[in-house]
Design a binder for this molecule. Structure first.
Ligand SMILES: Cc1ncc(COP(=O)(O)O)c(C=O)c1O
Length: 408
């Protein structure tokens, strides 16, 4: 008779030994405290607290009755891909064929599909540090060598060409604008310069535009007098057809749980990505795809959300000033403040991870420590998300200031 196998014999692969996404762990710890009856203000979550736009909700309800909701083509429904292409034309004044748009399961799906389609094990791909941790972790799981380009206050957390020159031969470069966690926006001029450098050096460029639309400075295009006040100039799509661009319905469109994003891919990458999508996911969620077409008709609602972020951003700015936490990256976009808390940590003789644990348990405020985003300097940084309502931000800042006044 065969002996029953004990689960210790199922060894995980070496490639799965990547770092956790700590933000999710902070969220879990905060939820556990809430379940135990504590009141927690959430300044850790990187997702809108608003629901999907009303047009999307109505379209989803109708779709449940009217559609079979089977699989779609791996690249996404033609209606949604056309709607995304039309969005680039109306909002960004830039022409892109729907053939180059591939619908994915969020920008997370865009990462996996693009990285697999673009890079082989052993190739060198650069990421910005601080930056979104999943790029590094996904690439490591795929056996790609990840090279960090350190960013700091000296360059306002923007990469320079001199820095790109310094890292040696690269196969790829990934940048995000606006950035998570810094909120920094790269001007169209800097993006073009980076593209020209990448093109000259045969470095494949990925630009993650997931926070596009959530920006707070006047746009160059509106300043030039475009009729439509929501018209924007910033997109890597208008710089070159050879840049791989990610976007998502998660942030500006307020649809995180719908798990829907897209890639604008160079023509020669469309088929490889499509083949991978066929095999890895078959298609992105059909209900979400059907409903998301309506998102582009809900711009007033979505711009109202941006107005709310603007208010929350001001409340957090005032609260941080009062707390003396003023060393931040320029918060031009997204909904984050990336704050250097090094001096406070030194004063308390702790790192930012312990500081965040203390803020959570002692002040009831959940804030993300910087370790996720920056392996070098994350121990002296935290990320505050102002995706919640201005009232929540007031509460969070009051609690933080009260804790600081009593705990130093
Ligand atoms: C910069 C960046 N890229 C990609 C993602 C993945 O988002 P999603 O899969 O929800 O589209 C996130 C999520 O926070 C992000 O901040």
């Amino acid at each position: 008779m065969s002996q029953r196998n004990d689960s210790k014999s199922i060894l995980p692969s070496q490639r799965s030994a990547i770092a956790p996404f700590y933000v999710m762990e902070v969220m879990r710890a905060a939820e556990e405290l809430e379940q135990a009856g504590r009141s927690i203000v959430h300044l850790e979550v990187g997702q809108p607290s608003t629901s999907a736009p009303s047009g999307v909700l109505a379209a989803a309800k109708a779709a449940l009755d009217e559609h079979k909701l089977g699989y779609t083509a791996a690249k996404g429904t033609p209606e949604l891909r056309e709607a995304i292409a039309a969005w680039y034309s109306t909002r960004y004044r830039c022409v892109v064929s729907a053939d180059r748009i591939i619908v994915t399961t969020g920008a997370s799906g865009s990462c996996v599909l693009s990285f697999l389609a673009m890079f082989d094990p052993g190739q060198r791909v650069a990421v910005l540090e601080p930056g979104y941790p999943c790029y590094r972790n996904d690439l490591q799981a795929l056996g790609v060598e990840v090279v960090s380009i350190p960013l700091g206050h000296e360059t306002s957390f923007r990469p320079t060409i001199a820095q790109l020159e310094q890292v040696g031969p690269l196969d790829g470069l990934i940048i995000a604008t606006p950035s998570n966690p810094t909120g920094t926006v790269l001007s169209q001029a800097l993006l073009s310069e980076i593209w020209q450098w990448a093109d000259r050096n045969a470095v494949r460029l990925i630009v993650d535009e997931i926070y596009q639309g959530i920006t707070f400075e006047p746009d160059e295009l509106t300043e030039l007098g475009a009729n439509d006040p929501t018209a924007k100039s910033h997109t890597a799509v208008s710089i070159s057809d050879d840049i791989v661009v990610f976007n998502s319905f998660s942030k500006y469109f307020s649809m995180t749980g719908w798990r829907l994003g897209w890639i604008v891919a160079p023509e020669n990458l469309c088929q490889p990505i499509e083949r991978l999508a066929q095999n890895l996911t078959i298609s992105a969620p059909t209900l979400s795809q059907v409903a998301a077409v309506a998102a582009f008709d809900c711009i007033d609602e979505l711009e109202a959300n941006v107005g709310r972020y603007r208010q929350s951003r001001q409340v957090v700015f005032d609260g941080l000033q009062q707390a003396g936490l003023t060393k931040t990256a320029p918060p031009d976009g997204a909904f984050y403040y990336w704050i250097d808390v090094g001096e406070l940590c030194e004063e308390l003789n702790i790192d930012s991870q312990t500081l965040c644990q203390r803020w959570l348990t002692e002040a009831g405020v959940a804030i993300t420590p910087g370790v996720d985003f920056d392996l070098r300097n994350g121990h002296r940084f935290v990320r505050v998300s102002y995706a919640g309502s201005p009232i929540e931000m007031e509460q969070g800042m009051t609690r933080l200031n009260h804790w600081l006044a009593n705990s130093k």
